[in-house]
Design a protein around this ligand. Structure first.
Ligand code: SAH
Length: 392
């Protein structure tokens, strides 16, 4: 008999609204002995069948819905079909890039599965017991997509231990990756080190911001803080910036930025290796100033519990950036912490501007691009927010 997760009274509401997460506190009982990643039938307290979910016995996030139709069978065909459908939904993006997120977890009906395409290579991250259970099906489906030569696993980022899974990296299907993978996005090319880089190797989610930088850099001096491999720096330099400074704490990220400058035939500009919180202060103490500043820190609030501390860090960074901005300058400031709402982020930045005694206006907003979609039933998928601010 199929194992069944019975919800507590009243806890069926979010499932009925097609929200995919069932926390441990919502589960009244488990009938049967499902293993980690097994598919369980989900019912309301009164026994109404609501759908099927992947069971995660070791996680606070006890089950993630595969389907909200209890008559749908969760099998290889369903999982593989979702991978193919997710890839197809991105087909318009191929006109501008050969690098895109082709599977974005819950947003594509595949909780715990992230797959990023870099040319003919796909980098996959399996972050839940349910995703792990279907690893071969997922790997085969990705490998079978048109033009794919290899599937590489980077299941070493975010959350696996919360699911009772150990990190895992290495080739999954096809040839090992080339020593260097170069992707093309619009008129730029970037080297992506997906076997060792951060995330799966490139910040695909900043694609729209990259396009915006191209329209704002001409004639300006630019500071790219948290530059990683210098995508914003390359675009700024190629778009007519008069000088570009890249700041990052990672020496290998700055080396990647030098490589990207070389590939695109632009001057790499000034590079500063160090902690942004300290280096921005040093720049201020040296009376340096810039016409365009990008501030794109890593996720400062890893979970909801870290929001208060993260808020102080965002305030500190934005205060320093506001002080470094020339009159008439532009600040592009980001947060990729899901736990920090758009509203809270804007308030923090407003507080920073006030303390810096700078009048600033929002002249644009940025968010994650179309390959990182947000289901209406799952607003938690939205995590990236950016404000474009013009200073007086
Ligand atoms: N804007 C980049 C992505 C930035 S990711 C892009 O579009 O590609 C965040 C970067 O911040 C990483 O490169 C990481 O090395 C760097 N970083 C993390 N903590 C830092 C700190 N305290 N000071 C400076 N850089 C830091």
């Amino acid at each position: 008999m199929e194992a069944t997760l019975v919800l507590r009274p009243g806890r069926d509401k979010s499932v009925r609204r097609h929200h995919p997460w069932i926390f441990s506190g919502s589960a009244a009982q488990i009938d049967g002995t499902p293993s980690a990643g097994a598919t369980v039938l989900v019912t309301s307290a009164s026994g109404e069948r609501l759908g099927r979910a992947a069971y995660s016995p070791d996680s606070r996030l006890r089950a993630r819905m595969w389907t909200f139709d209890a008559d749908t069978v969760v099998d290889e065909a369903l999982i593989a079909g979702r991978v193919v459908a997710a890839a197809q939904r991105r087909r318009d993006l191929a006109a501008i890039t050969d690098a895109m997120r082709i599977v974005f977890s819950e947003a594509d009906g595949l909780p715990g599965v992230i797959a990023d395409r870099y040319g003919d290579a796909i980098v996959v991250q399996l972050g839940s017991a349910g995703a792990e259970r279907w690893r071969d099906t997922i790997a085969d489906a990705l490998m079978a997509l048109p033009g794919v030569r290899c599937v590489y696993e980077r299941s070493d980022v975010d959350g696996r231990e919360r699911e009772g899974l150990s990190p895992r990296t290495g080739p999954m299907r096809g040839d090992g990756p080339d020593s260097e993978t170069v992707i093309t996005e619009r008129s730029y090319r970037y080297s992506v080190g997906f076997t060792a880089g951060q995330k799966t190797g490139f910040y695909l989610d900043q694609r729209d911001a990259r396009a915006t930088v191209a329209t704002m850099a001409a004639g300006r001096t630019v500071l790219n803080a948290f530059s990683y491999t210098g995508a914003f720096s390359v675009i700024a330099a190629a778009s007519g910036a008069t000088a570009v400074t890249s700041l990052d704490s990672s020496g290998s990220a700055l080396a990647g930025a030098r490589r990207n400058a070389e590939i695109n035939g632009v001057d790499v500009g000034e590079q500063i290796e160090g902690d942004a919180f300290a280096e921005l202060r040093t720049l201020r103490d040296r009376a340096r100033s810039f016409d365009l500043i990008m501030l794109d820190p890593p996720k400062l609030a890893q979970t909801e519990a870290h929001v208060a501390r993260a808020t102080r860090a965002y305030k500190d960074l934005n205060l320093l950036a506001a002080k470094l901005l020339n009159p008439g300058g532009i600040l592009m400031t980001f947060s990729c912490s899901g736990g920090v709402s758009d509203d809270l982020f804007q308030k923090v930045v407003a507080g920073a501007a006030l303390d810096a005694k700078r009048n600033m206006r929002i002249v644009g907003k940025l968010t994650q691009p179309s390959d990182h979609p947000v289901p209406l039933s799952f607003p938690e998928a939205a995590y990236l927010k950016g404000l474009i601010l013009a200073a007086e």
